[in-house]
Design a protein around this ligand. Sequence first.
Ligand SMILES: [Fe+2]
Ligand SMILES: [Fe+2]
Length: 288
Amino acid sequence: MEKKTLNKEVLAAVRHVPLLSVAAARILDLTAQVDHTLADVMAVAKNDAALTARLLKIVNSPVYGLLEPATSLERAISYLGENLVVSLVLEDTIGAYLNKPLPGYGGGSGDLWRHDLRTAIAAKEIALINRDRCPPDVAFTGGLLHDIGKSILSEFLKDGYQEILAELAEKEVVDFVGGERDLLGIDHAQVGYELARTWGLPEVMQMVIRHHHEPSLAPEDLKPVVYAVHLGDIIAMMGGYGTGTDNLFYRLDQRYTDYLVVGPEQMGMLMLTVEEKFNETVETLQMR
Ligand SMILES: [Fe+2]
Ligand SMILES: [Fe+2]
């Protein structure tokens, strides 16, 4: 089939994805604002009864071992923290996309979500070292969403990944996104960007998703956060947690050192921290 026709079909599929819930859209908007507070997040969450109930249930689960049950949303959110609230909101609203198996990448159910969560944690850890130019919560949410385009493109890729792997072996393309473009006329970062625009996600999220494999193309003021997610993605993959056969068929843009202070000696430590925090988060979210 013509690449152009395919490209149109992919974009049509993006338009059929359900919209975000009101609470999710507002919380994502908030997290992209540098000066927001946990109280702002709370104000949105309290208008969503299902979310409030879920947050209270989690904070009162044995994982937290509270002596007295938390009955107020305020207490629940201050225990859990913003990143967990965002993870939950996203899981509730677009969980079907985040947990979908990725046959086009040879990935199973939940692989995308686990990879995204590891990327988010790694990106946030990197941002914490570079706090002056890189807001940690924005890096976290960007990490959670960076590969969302794969949930759509996977359907179109089908067995195509084998062809991409062959192209990579023959050096006809330099990375997996190049292979996607070669085969389908569009890559998962572009599809994710279209999805982010359809959902009306904040500009910074749109840019993180669009440029996470080519961070040098991001707008100058957003480069630190885009590079943090780029590097977080590579760290998640180095740990062996990608989304399938495409793992590590992406290039690390070494120019991250122009925007972020992360020494080579910190990489090993980051991988360990990510693993530890990932396990904690999964336990809290009671994910499998
Ligand atoms: Fe990606
Ligand atoms: Fe990724």
